[in-house]
Design a protein around this ligand. Sequence first.
Ligand code: CAA
Length: 297
Amino acid sequence: MLPAKAKQREMMTIQKIGIVGAGQMGNGIAHVSAAAGYDVCLQDISMAALDCAKATIEKNLGRMVKKERISAADADATLARIAFGTSLEGWADRDLLIEAATENVNLKYKIFAGLAAVARPGAILASNTSSISITALAAQTDRPELVVGMHFMNPVPVMKLVEIIRGLATSDETYEAVNAAAEKMGKTTVLAAKDMPGFIVNRILMPYINEAVFALYEGVASVEDIDTAMKLGTNVPMGPLTLADFIGLDTCLAIMQVLHEGMGGDSKYRACPLLKKYVEAGWLGRKSGRGFYNYGV
Ligand code: CAA
């Protein structure tokens, strides 16, 4: 018989991953998971989203082949490790289920309750949420100790970081298992030891972006000058308004609202009225063709 600790480690070994949501984050997570050798299922309610995800993964793998970072055979094998589907049927064999849906609290609650119903006992449920409480997501399930935050950055195949977030009940074994999985995917991890709104990255990044929108709103400088100032003045790859368009203005607003509410209405997290106005207009950034910049769609 195995000693208790070894038995537990064996139980937490991750080989099969299921990812819910085939948007820009979900397809990137599927890509890096499959590239690391995991058996992957990618689910979305929309077949069109799945087709688009597959095309994106193929394009990104193709780019890596062209640059001779991986062989054509590696690219084919990576893609072959991903099954695309619209249902969660058969997901009882998954060891780790990662939710990467839109940043909407009620939608995520519903998905977590649904995942807990299909997952086998002992399977880990992770969320790629950028700000929603892991503890609250865990409370929608039958296994709060197996629920954890696994926050990838966009674009997932390029960005080195995965932020791991422990909910109030997350066990050491769950944390260790997802930390090891993220490292196997070639990522560096950081731990948000406390499940506070925005965790580490968005607690700092979103007020910075929001402040850039305030600077624009108050007429301090133009869109271009705000971005040039921060890009050349602080050596970041994108200025804050370009980055907001890249992330999606609806996502930025949703995160600011989570920060504002979660910090007891502290006015330092108040979303800029101009950010709200752009979202109301449907100017969501790159994905809608217009945000602070025009993308000519
Ligand atoms: N998918 C895969 N690979 C991509 C990519 C994508 N969508 N976009 C670019 N790349 C790759 C390119 O192929 C290129 O690869 P090589 O270095 O191997 O040649 C590399 O990334 C650089 O790309 P480019 O030369 O085309 O363009 P760039 O130098 O302007 O880099 C960028 C693009 C990597 C996106 C860079 O601008 C950048 O790092 N921007 C900041 C991104 C960032 O801050 N992301 C975090 C957002 S916050 C977040 O995600 C958390 C949240 O909760 C909101």
